[in-house]
Design a protein around this ligand. Structure first.
Ligand SMILES: [Zn+2]
Length: 367
């Protein structure tokens, strides 16, 4: 029983009243105490920095929680429960020694599914209606431990579903994954002709290149949606600004701009940051995002760009409640009705790029 975290996850993700914010403070303390007791590295790090989870009493105390650098999670298998208690191990599909992991026991898995549903529901993205799905990801039957496949299977469960087409398929002959381009085009044409609306999930670069290469001009209808994620990694030279991309998709596929939503997530963190109607990544009350100076990690003001520091409280098996990333970004406001801050991503620190799911998957695109 994790009472404080249950209370938080039973609350509206975009309620920013002082009582709702207090639910996060309490949940975070509960979670941090668990990791402090169960994970030796975290305990020693916090002891060394003279931080104890019991010190977290108010919102401003959260800013004092030391961050654990993201690369430590790539190099070590950090886990706060015994391995036998894990329900799922998620990895990014990256190669070259920088694989990202996320360990989930049954409770943490249930928590992450619940918070993802709450966030999508609050954004008006869940529905009882049936949709056809085109997913530009790995078939989860084969790649269920990959972060992207997991996310897509999770997202398809937020609505009724009719047909689901996974575009990256296992090629038995070549013993590797490849993008079935002909299958994608055939599926898009079939979905456009059907009475059931469509939801497309995947990397924006995949879709952009397919539309250009096959000169697609379809009308999937005003009830259809596009849910992107993973960014333009590896295809950054072709990246189109988000607002321009939204117009392009509306013109070429008939999906309204307000139904095009991007999602930012990190395997090590697990909280989905999802676009509102206006195309801004909203930060739910299930997390805190701080922006810090790359020189001394001091807290920067809203609007200033620096390293992103994430806090979350739902995961009791993976000791990353306070994660210091190598991503650059800033906090801003949005004029929509959701409230809270929005996260603007501006790039990555350092010269060594982390090879993530998006990068590896993009290398499958034929030029
Ligand atoms: Zn907004």
């Amino acid at each position: 029983m994790k009472t404080a975290t249950d209370n938080l996850l039973n609350s509206n993700p975009f309620d920013f009243s002082s009582s709702a914010k207090k639910l996060f403070v309490e949940s975070f303390r509960e979670n941090a105490l668990h990791h402090y007791k169960s994970h030796e590295f975290t305990r020693k790090l916090w002891d060394h920095l003279k931080f104890h989870p019991q010190l977290i009493k108010t919102e401003s105390d959260l800013e004092k929680v030391p961050g654990t650098m993201v690369h430590l999670f790539k190099e070590h298998e950090f886990c706060s429960v015994s391995k036998e208690d894990l329900a799922l191990i998620l990895t990014s599909s990256g190669t070259g020694g920088q694989k990202s992991h996320q360990f989930l026991d049954a409770l943490s898995l249930e928590n992450v599914k619940k918070l993802a549903l709450n966030i999508h529901r609050a954004l008006g993205m869940s529905s009882d209606k049936e949709y056809n799905y085109l997913c530009f990801t790995y078939d989860p039957k084969i790649a269920n431990d990959l972060g992207t496949a997991f996310t897509d299977e999770l997202l398809t469960n937020f609505t009724g579903k009719k047909e689901v087409y996974y575009a990256i398929q296992w090629n038995e002959e070549k013993q590797e994954f490849s993008l079935n381009e002909e299958g994608v085009i055939e599926t898009l044409r079939k979905f456009a002709a059907s009475n059931t609306p469509t939801r497309i999930l995947g990397f924006p670069a995949f879709l952009y290149e397919m539309i250009e290469k096959y000169d697609l001009q379809l009308n999937l209808g005003p009830e259809s949606w596009l849910q992107t994620g993973g960014g333009w990694k590896g295809k950054a030279d072709k990246e189109i600004p988000k607002q321009e991309f939204r117009k392009f998709i509306q013109a070429r596929l008939g999906i309204p701009e307000s139904h095009q939503r991007d999602l930012f997530g990190m395997v090590e963190h697990g909280i989905p940051y999802v676009d509102c109607e206006q195309g801004n990544l909203h930060i739910p009350n299930y997390a805190r995002v701080y922006v810090r100076s790359p020189y001394d990690l001091s807290l920067l003001k809203k609007g200033e760009t620096g390293l992103i520091h994430f806090l979350c409280s739902y995961n009791f098996s993976y000791p990353a409640p306070s994660l210091l990333t190598t991503d650059y970004g800033r906090l801003e406001s949005c004029s929509c009705s959701l409230g809270g801050d929005v996260l603007v991503l501006t790039g990555r620190a350092g010269v060594t790029k982390h090879k993530g799911c998006a990068l590896t998957a993009l290398s499958l695109l034929r030029n």
